[in-house]
Design a protein around this ligand. Structure first.
Ligand code: FMN
Length: 141
């Protein structure tokens, strides 16, 4: 029986985690996530990461254990872990976006920017609205 879960964490990007290291992280995602049948999105700014991981429960937890100890980030904080009916990022192995490159040009997007910033700082819960904003950010970046 399949047990699909989502896990979301936030963390601080270490200053030594430069663009080259980000490329290395993405290569690891590309190499490992398809085998784990894990999808999701990794968003970052210059100082923070937020990653949404979805897949079979054990695969998600195993991957999170590995990521948690990665020296390229710190203060890794699990924000959400719960069963889901369907994937929301079914077609990406691990989408990756730099949130600093998002252009906020409308009132609506500036409201979403505020919400997103509160999410990534750990000030809000990951409810349905938060998921919607996460998807929106992924599409905008
Ligand atoms: C913010 C962040 C996100 C990461 N996400 C993933 C991921 O989704 N999949 C993955 O395999 N490794 C990810 N990694 C890298 C792992 O911590 C680890 O270095 C990598 O899986 C080792 O892969 P390898 O044994 O194939 O070299 C991430 C690292 C960081 C810092």
């Amino acid at each position: 029986m399949s047990s699909l879960y989502r896990l979301i964490y936030t963390s601080f990007r270490k200053p030594e985690c430069d663009e080259e290291e980000i490329d290395n992280i993405l290569s690891a995602c590309k190499k490992n996530n398809p085998g784990r049948n894990v999808t999701g999105v990794l968003l970052h700014s210059d100082k923070r990461f937020i990653q949404y991981i979805e897949g079979e429960k054990d695969e998600v937890l195993d991957l999170y254990e590995l990521i948690k100890d990665d020296p390229r980030h710190t203060s890794v904080n699990q924000r959400n872990f719960e069963p889901i009916a369907n994937r929301i990022f079914p077609s990406w192995e691990m989408g990756y976006k730099d949130v600093d490159k998002i252009a906020f040009d409308t009132d609506a997007s500036s409201i979403n920017e505020k919400t997103f910033n509160r999410l990534i700082k750990g000030e809000l819960d990951f409810d349905d609205n938060a998921m919607r904003i996460l998807q929106l950010f992924f599409k905008m970046a």
